[in-house]
Design a protein around this ligand. Structure first.
Ligand code: NAD
Length: 359
């Protein structure tokens, strides 16, 4: 069956890094029998400019019809002052909600070649290999009511609603237990059950789901402690499951343990395994158009796409091995540069990965 992959380059460095991932997919198509077609669409600021909405109808149709989606990044100063519903980031929230992409998998894997790039001591991070499973469709990011209102006193007040239903908690817990089962069978659930009722229910439901996974060791941490432990002794973790807000923050923290935001891919999956794949970083407007962005997170996102949605783990591993070989050769974009290494730009890095696919 030919799989349809929707490519959404987005804004800022998005088009530059996505072009390199497309080179890799095209090479797999032409030389390694990947059975997929690629189609392009608009999401974010570029969609606002062209079609007047960050997640236009045209993109919605394309996204629903595709087997998987590869996204660059959205947003930038040009669109920051727009009304909230028109902001690029709303496009991202809308596509996640529309496709019910509730499970966000964010690996934080430290490539041994890059151990010096971490802000932490090499002995604390070497061998680091964590997956954070973040719930993506609920919590305070989507809860109603929300807004900014003016009180009788004339003072303005901002408000949001943190809310989780039992079914939402149970389905993300299942994804996390399944993920842990394929790894070292340890799962840590992170919440704030000492303060928040939402978290109290979260913990109760995760415990209930755990009875279906007696082979996985479940532990719980409060989010403040989890943040501390991630920096103090990150290797104690294998799989972490948490809600949307806590996951947003902890996964960025875990990303920094690996030294470069430009190296980390992510997957957002629905209940059937359809997914949106994207680097964890944003559109980096400060370096957009300069040809210096690191495309590896996007290329590794394409690898995740092949593994999780297209079910072609061999092709995924081919990409991951190629990235390892390129790092072994000493090629580095500026964000992962170290003394004695070979500085390369975005396109040269993409070309090097394509060349390494054949090795
Ligand atoms: P950012 O991730 O874009 O950039 C943070 C820093 O990391 C910058 O110095 C940037 O140059 C650097 N960086 C990021 N990706 C890099 C790469 N591939 N190679 C080399 N360096 C890289 O975060 P930000 O500056 O907070 O946000 C910029 C814009 O991106 C904002 O409009 C924000 O809303 C948006 N954003 C989008 C997403 C997304 O599309 N998923 C995620 C986060 C932020």
């Amino acid at each position: 069956m030919t799989h349809k992959i929707l490519i959404l380059p987005g804004d800022g460095i998005g088009p530059e890094i996505v072009a390199e991932a497309v080179k890799v997919l095209e090479c797999l198509r032409q030389e390694h029998s990947l059975d997929a077609t690629l189609e392009y669409g608009l999401l974010g600021g570029c969609a606002v400019d062209a079609l007047g909405a960050p997640y236009p109808e045209e993109t919605r149709h394309q996204a629903r019809a595709a087997a998987a989606i590869l996204l660059g990044a959205v947003g930038g100063p040009k669109w920051e002052k727009l009304d909230r519903p028109l902001r690029p980031e709303r496009g991202l929230l809308a596509i996640r909600a529309d496709l019910e992409l509730f499970a966000n998998l964010r690996p934080a894997l430290l490539y041994p070649q890059l151990a010096v790039a971490s802000a932490l001591k090499p002995e604390i991070v070497s061998g680091l290999d964590i997956v954070i499973v973040r719930e993506l469709n609920g919590d305070i990011y989507f809860g109603q009511p929300r807004g900014i209102r003016t009180l009788d006193s004339g003072e303005r007040e901002g408000f949001n609603t943190m809310v989780y239903r039992e079914a939402e908690i149970a389905r993300i817990a299942r994804v996390a237990f399944e993920t842990a089962r394929k790894r070292s069978r340890r799962l840590c659930s992170v919440d704030k059950a000492n303060v928040l009722e939402t978290s109290e229910l979260w913990r109760e439901v995760v415990e209930r789901v755990a009875s279906d996974y007696p082979d996985v060791a479940l532990s719980h941490l409060y989010v403040d402690n989890a943040a501390m432990q991630l920096v103090r002794a990150p290797k104690q973790f294998d799989v972490i499951v948490t809600g949307n807000l806590f996951g947003d923050i902890l996964s960025d923290c875990a990303a920094m343990l690996t030294g470069s935001i430009g190296m980390l891919p992510s997957a957002s999956l629905d209940a059937s395994g359809k997914g949106l794949y994207e680097p964890i970083h944003g559109s980096a407007p400060d370096i957009a158009g300069q040809g210096v962005a690191n495309p590896l997170a996007t290329i590794l996102s394409a690898a995740m796409l092949l593994r999780h949605t297209l079910n072609t783990p061999d092709q995924a591993e081919r990409i991951e091995r190629a990235v390892g070989r390129v790092l072994d050769k000493g090629l580095r974009t500026m964000d992962i540069m170290a003394p004695g290494m070979i500085p390369v730009g975005t396109q040269a890095m993409g070309d090097a990965v394509v060349a390494a696919l054949a090795e």
